[in-house]
Each structure stands twice: as C-alpha cells, then as structure tokens.
Write a protein that binds this ligand. Sequence first.
Ligand SMILES: Cc1cc2nc3c(=O)[nH]c(=O)nc-3n(C[C@H](O)[C@H](O)[C@H](O)COP(=O)(O)OP(=O)(O)OC[C@H]3O[C@@H](n4cnc5c(N)ncnc54)[C@H](O)[C@@H]3O)c2cc1C
Length: 399
Amino acid sequence: MDFSLSPEHDLVREMAYKFGQTQILPGLAERDREAKSDRASLEKMAEAGVLGVSIPAKYGGQDTDYISLGIVCEELERADTSARVVMSVHSGLHCLTLMQWGTEEQKQRWLPDLAKGTKVGAFGLTEPNAGSDAVNIRTRALKDGDSYVLNGEKTWISLSDFADQFLVVAVTDPDAPQKAKGMSAFIVDRNAPGFHSKAIHGKLGVRAGNTGQIFFEDLRVPADCRIGAEGDGFKVAMSALDHGRYTVAAGAVGIITACLDACVKYSHERTVGGEPIGKKQLVQQMIANMVAGREIGRLLYYKVGWMKNVGLRHTRECGLAKWQNCNAAFQAAHDAVEIHGAYGYCDEFPVERYFRNSRGAMIYEGTREIHTLMQAEYELGYRSDRPLDRMLPTWPFEA
Ligand SMILES: Cc1cc2nc3c(=O)[nH]c(=O)nc-3n(C[C@H](O)[C@H](O)[C@H](O)COP(=O)(O)OP(=O)(O)OC[C@H]3O[C@@H](n4cnc5c(N)ncnc54)[C@H](O)[C@@H]3O)c2cc1C
C-alpha cells in the first residue's frame, strides 16, 4: 500500500492554498458579515483554472486525478466554505456527473465551457416538501414531442442566482410502481423561458455564498438535454451525491486545518495565569483532537479519491467520509471557539465563522441522521450497492 501523494498533488495543494489565501480570504469577513455574495469569486476561480480540476484535457480541463479535486476542496475551505461549495456544486455534483452519465455528444457540448469556467453548473434536487426523502419530489417533466415541459420548484439550491445551468431531477412517470424509477435528470439552462431564481436570506452560515430557490414555469427542455435514460434520474442524482459528498468530506478537513491554524496561534499568544494557554492540558486535548480529525479525515477522503481514480463504486465509503469528517469539523470549530474564550464569540477572529459554516455541512448532501442510518444499514445487510450502468471515467483519463 502506497500512502504517498505525488509531486503533482503537492503542487495542486500549494496552488489551491495560495489561491484561497490571496483571492478568497481578503475581504471575506466583511462579505460574510454582510451576507454579500457575488460572481467575482467564481470569475477568479475560472481564471485560475480551478473550475477545470479533474475534468479531462480532451474537454479543456486540468486533467488532474480525483484526489486533486479533494485537495483543492480542502484548501479552499481552509479559506472559506463558500469557495468549496462552488467546487461541490460545479465540479462534484454537476461536471463529474456529466462525465459519468453524459453521452459523448453531451460531454463535448457542455464540458469545455464548464472546464474553462465560462459556464458554471449547479444541482437541483431538494424541494420545499422533499429533502431527505428525495423520492417524493414533485417537479414534473412532461414529454411533449422532442422536448419536456418542466413545472415545479427547487429550494436550497447553491449558486441559484449565479449558475448558468442546473442538473435538475424531475418526475417523468408519476405512475411508476417505484417512485425512484419514475424520475429523469436534465440540464436546464437558466436562460430558458420559464426559469427564475430567488435568493434565500438570513442563513446561519456560508453567508458569502449564494443559496436560493429556482422555479420552472412551463420551461421547455430539449430531449437531448436529458442525462441518462428516462427513468434513470434518481440513479443520476445518487451518483451526483457520491461526487458532491466527496468534495464536502475533503472540504471539512480544510475547516479543521483552519481551526488548527487559528488555535495554535492563539494558544501561543494568549496567556492566563502567567503562561500561554497552549500549556494547559485541556487546551492541548482539544488541539490533539483536531489533529486526529485532520489526519483521519484525510485518510477517509484520499481513499475515496483513489476509489474514484480506479473506478470502484464508493457510495458507502464516500458517505462515511462525509459523515465523519463533517462531525469532526463541527467539533473542531466548536472547540476552536472554546479555546478563544470570549474572543471566539465575535467575528474579530474567524473561528465563529468556522462554527457556523461547519454546521451546514451536517445538513446538506445527507443529514447526519441519514448518514448514520446508511452506515448501519450497510453493516446490517439492509443496503448494498449494485454495479451502475455508467461509471465515472477512471484516471488517467483517455487522451
Ligand atoms: C447551505 C445549503 C446548501 C444546499 N445546497 C443544495 C443544493 O445545491 N442542491 C440541492 O438539491 N439541495 C441543497 N441543499 C438542501 C439539502 O440537501 C437538504 O436541506 C437536506 O437534504 C435535508 O433536507 P431537509 O432540509 O428538507 O430536511 P428534512 O429531510 O426535512 O429533515 C428534517 C430532520 O429530520 C431528520 N430526518 C429525515 N428523515 C429521517 C429519517 N428517515 N430518520 C431519521 N431522521 C430523519 C433529518 O435528519 C433532519 O434532522 C442545501 C442545504 C443547505 C443548508
């Protein structure tokens, strides 16, 4: 077993770290306080080539492996969760799912713009009445000649106001004996007549990021924008979550590292009773837990990245990584506030932002409860993964 990362991985980490610290972090505290999201950071990410990570060179991407995508997410979330969320929805949920389920013609049509970042992709599954129970979505796609007519709404959609296109799951056969088999997935263009979006305000975290609702009113989608066969929509959505959860798991490690950065510095600076608080054993305990969380978290997501590289089904491992890393990140952020005492309770220090941001990741892409149940069900034999009709391309990518 070889645990070493390649020199390319080290370069990717250095690039993503520098990008996060120089392009995302400046002005972030203010944008977060004022809940200001704009397209500027997406444009910076596009310019730096970040949006093309783990997309094959033949579609204009960076051709890096899937572990690199995790490393980028880790380093971006070390700066701010809003930047990692862009990677989760654009690269994970949208592009990798297109790479897995799209036809060659569809990949040629969409991936080059997505890799360059001239177009940004997002993902629409959740609805006002269907979150954890995604099989109960109501958005309807009615076949009409060479197209489908969509009606319905999606909520809590990251990049709702900025993305150019959305991977949307809708019901095509309401009478299907199993609801999951009555759904199909589509690429919906935000310029299509009948589309509109509306931001959600007052979020606890990811305040520098955009989240909102998207609406479809008699929105016509050409049949060649359907991803996968009719009836494959739920499977496509679950594959998308394998990619999105991977990016969230990796990003969570970045929050832990950011907590360590802040806490180590503060523990040296702050003195109580004549000595730095870093000398206090209970403070050391919290720092030691963060170190363990970071190292375990990396092992979990590197393994999933490797499984993606070699083409193994990884729904179980990916869910475990997402669940455990998000728990560890939230605990680290909680302890980081603790270590900072009263100063951790205001935005003079970044740890309160880590605390608010890390809470969100225990909700999206499967709540903590859903992941707990999934892991138990795998172990008890109530759940298992069958081979999929379409797998993610293995890495190295075909020329
Ligand atoms: C910041 C943010 C960004 C998001 N971005 C996107 C996005 O880009 N695209 C998208 O499609 N969605 C997105 N979501 C939505 C997210 O995926 C859902 O919020 C999530 O799946 C949970 O659904 P819900 O909020 O409807 O909660 P519910 O499903 O209503 O759950 C409420 C509570 O009940 C519990 N619960 C539910 N079912 C069970 C069960 N069987 N057993 C035990 N407990 C259960 C849950 O764990 C939770 O505690 C985002 C959410 C947030 C907060």
